[in-house]
Design a protein around this ligand. Structure first.
Ligand SMILES: CC(=O)N[C@H]1[C@@H](OP(=O)(O)OP(=O)(O)OC[C@H]2O[C@@H](n3ccc(=O)[nH]c3=O)[C@H](O)[C@@H]2O)O[C@H](CO)[C@@H](O)[C@@H]1O[C@H](C)C(=O)N[C@@H](C)C(=O)N[C@H](CCC(=O)O)C(=O)O
Ligand SMILES: Nc1ncnc2c1ncn2[C@@H]1O[C@H](COP(=O)(O)OP(=O)(O)OP(=O)(O)O)[C@@H](O)[C@H]1O
Ligand SMILES: N[C@H](CCC[C@H](N)C(=O)O)C(=O)O
Ligand SMILES: [Mg+2]
Length: 489
């Protein structure tokens, strides 16, 4: 068993009392998970303060406490370690506890508002198909080679990350591709990780409920690059307004990808259809299975990453052209009808606009675009009217509905969305709170060759209402409804 002093390696300490040679059984930041011999790390949270649970942790057998504020009473036989930032200390401790697994494989972090899951999933499949043992940490799921571990977060807590990385190392993984969300960066879930490289996709409106201002959101993303060592690479999208800012203070080698501006990894879109994308990339015409202009950026980011990881460009393109996108990302739902049915995880204004613009490009005649969309509860409220406005501007019919209302009232969220609907668009907008009914109505309104987009939930297989998740899958419902209503015609 490791000793306290080993786990505290690289943690900057304010004060220390107790025996640093105490053996440690587990690490915990949740008092409810403390066991006999655990170190409890008290973290100041957004809901409660972990320092209020120190006594409970001790009662459950904690042998050491890591905290920012010392407990008011002295506690015999317990080591008390005061640090400036518990969450950050937890990151380093979790790395040390699991034997610094991120140093034993090539870990690549992907950050940005949209495209993280797409990029890491493509990278995971690419490297698996290139013959490597590979790990994945993503919104959809976590993977250690072919073993699937359900995901709870886009980027899990520091203990979970390091536990999974250690398992990847034990299973012989040489690479791991992980999403690095802005929440995770600010909350130091990634502190202590040793990245071989980091990638920036793009930045647009999202999560202002948490970060408060767009500047704070930019800063959060930038921290990933600021923390890279000189041995790592930093790859950015130089077409994005914030692309270069990300690399401004990094020690890592700097690289760019782009469709428009000058860049080391550059491509041109030759064609973009419902069957896939054809790109002129690295002086070759290559066809990919992904759909939509925005995916050209994801493919370039993936290509650049693989080349920076010293893979052969030709081989990368050969394999990448056979890889499918992540589930629920511009996923076409196959039905027995002539209606094009698309489910997409677009839950930000930028993503919704990109997906609808892509759909617009595919229209050849008078086919209608019917969009079903909602906004999540207990998340950024500012994006609600903007998303409704975009949906109206780029669709012929819009059905506003609910999407994971969480602890908010679904109709209140929809009302906020409605404030973005201009009077000229009232006629094309319907409100159907029940998402299943909304999808049913969209299916009923659709005629042959029309296009239905159900946006916001993508791969999700639940609807989250007041802390409970009930089964719900946009793809299954859309398929069921379209077949039910239109098959006999
Ligand atoms: C707002 C937010 O991000 N919260 C995350 C945060 O929890 P918190 O700070 O709110 O914790 P808290 O409930 O206040 O508790 C404070 C401390 O007291 C401890 N505690 C609490 C109760 C108790 O009885 N005993 C005890 O010790 C808690 O374990 C915690 O250490 O730290 C927790 C542990 O890492 C996370 O699980 C939790 O994610 C919540 C569930 C969440 O919904 N997060 C979302 C917003 C999120 O992180 N999303 C991003 C993706 C965003 C994107 O890019 O789209 C993600 O990476 O998933
Ligand atoms: N490069 C891109 N630029 C703009 N929009 C994109 C891009 N890639 C994907 N999208 C859109 O954003 C949606 C979410 O994509 P993806 O899941 O890859 O992003 P993410 O960054 O992982 O999101 P999250 O923050 O929820 O984890 C897609 O369904 C698509 O509509
Ligand atoms: N990672 C995003 C996902 C949003 C998906 C959408 N369906 C919602 O629930 O708002 C978040 O947690 O904000
Ligand atoms: Mg994601």
């Amino acid at each position: 068993m490791p000793q306290l002093k080993d786990i505290l390696y690289k943690v900057s300490l304010t004060s220390v009392s107790g025996d640093m040679e105490t053996e440690v059984t587990t690490l915990a930041f949740d008092s409810r998970k403390v066991e006999v011999g655990s170190v409890f790390v008290a973290v100041t949270g957004t809901q409660v303060n972990g320092h209020d649970y120190i006594e409970q942790a001790i009662a459950q057998g904690a042998v050491a406490i890591v905290c920012e504020e010392l407990p008011r009473t002295t506690i015999d036989d317990i080591a008390i370690i005061q640090v400036k930032n518990s969450a950050q200390a937890l990151g380093f401790m979790a790395s040390n506890y699991y034997g610094n697994p991120s140093q034993k494989l090539k870990l690549v972090g992907v950050t940005g508002t949209n495209g993280k899951t797409t990029c890491v999933t493509l990278l995971y499949h690419l490297f698996r198909d290139l013959g490597y043992n590979t790990g994945l940490l993503s919104t959809v799921d976590n993977k250690i080679n072919d073993e699937v571990i359900p995901a709870t977060h886009t980027t899990p807590d520091a203990i979970t990350i390091n536990r999974m990385l250690a398992k990847m190392v034990a299973k012989g993984c040489t690479h791991c591709f992980m999403e690095s969300s802005s929440h995770a960066i600010v909350q130091h879930r990634i502190a202590g990780l040793s990245y071989a490289g980091a990638v920036f996709t793009n930045l647009s409106h999202e999560h202002l409920d948490y970060h408060k201002t767009f500047d704070e959101y930019i800063k959060a993303k930038k921290l990933l690059f600021d923390g890279l060592p000189s041995t790592a690479f930093a790859l950015t999208n130089s077409d994005d307004k914030r692309g270069m800012v990300m690399l401004q203070n990094t020690k890592a080698s700097k690289h760019k990808y782009a469709l428009k501006s000058m860049a080391e990894f550059k491509a041109r879109i030759i064609s973009n259809t419902l069957q896939g994308l054809e790109l002129d990339l690295a002086n070759q015409n290559v066809w990919f299975r992904l759909i939509g202009d925005f995916n050209a950026y994801n493919l370039l980011a993936v290509f650049g990453t693989a080349v920076l990881l010293e893979e052969d460009p030709e081989e990368v393109l050969r394999v990448l052209s056979t890889v499918n996108s992540a589930p629920g990302r511009f996923e076409q739902v196959l039905t027995e009808t002539d209606i094009t049915a698309i489910v997409d995880y677009a839950h930000t204004p930028d993503a919704l606009e990109n997906v609808l613009l892509t759909i617009k490009e595919f229209r050849t005649g008078n086919e209608k675009v019917i969009t079903v969309v909602g906004c999540g509860g207990n998340r950024d409220a500012e994006k609600r009217p903007i998303m409704a406005k975009i949906a109206c501007a780029l669709s012929d019919k819009v059905i506003l509905t609910s999407d994971n209302p969480r602890f908010e009232e679904p109709m209140e969220i929809i009302k906020e969305m409605q404030t973005g609907v201009t009077p000229s668009n009232y006629k094309k907008t319907l409100v159907i709170e029940d998402r299943k009914e909304a999808i049913k109505t969209a299916s009923a309104l659709a005629e042959p060759s029309d296009i239905i987009l159900v946006a916001g939930k993508g791969h999700e297989t639940y609807q989250e209402i007041k802390g409970e998740r009930t089964p719900f899958d946009d793809r299954a419902i859309l398929k069921e409804m379209l077949n039910l209503i239109h098959k006999q015609n």
